[in-house]
Write a protein that binds this ligand. Structure first.
Ligand code: FES
Length: 128
């Protein structure tokens, strides 16, 4: 572990663009990040689904969970935890997938903040 890793705040959008209940994809450097606002709280996570990499910002919210449009896995956007993977089989015609295929990690969360009408996401600064 590098104890010198610094976090850098990046402006990603205006506060007014991130309305209550909305989600959007922003790009910071090489990272695609999904940000949103739910019950007044902001969240930011990697836009790539931890299951098979689908774009999470194409999904929809179910309470505090983002539901991936690809296989319906649900991740809590505040804790990052995978909360529901029951709905992976979207249609009865889908062939059964093995356990290895169904596995998924949790979301990667980023610090997000708001100041003077702007929304900021913090990322580790690349070390030379
Ligand atoms: S890629 Fe997101 S649930 Fe499978």
């Amino acid at each position: 572990m590098n104890g010198n890793t610094k976090m850098k705040r990046h402006p990603v959008c205006k506060s007014e663009e991130l309305t209550e209940g909305s989600i959007m994809k922003v790009t910071v450097g090489m990272e695609d990040i999904m940000i949103g606002r739910k019950n007044g709280r902001l969240f930011a996570c990697n836009n790539s689904c931890p299951h098979k990499g689908a774009s999470l910002s194409k999904g929809h919210m179910n309470g505090d969970n983002i539901v991936c449009y690809m296989h319906g896995y649900e991740y809590n956007v505040f804790s990052g935890k995978l909360e529901d993977m029951k709905s992976w089989k979207k249609e009865p015609t889908w062939v059964e997938q093995d356990e290895e295929w169904r596995k998924s990690g949790d979301l990667f969360l980023y610090p997000i903040s708001e100041e003077n009408g702007m929304v900021y996401v913090s990322l580790k600064e690349a070390q030379p």
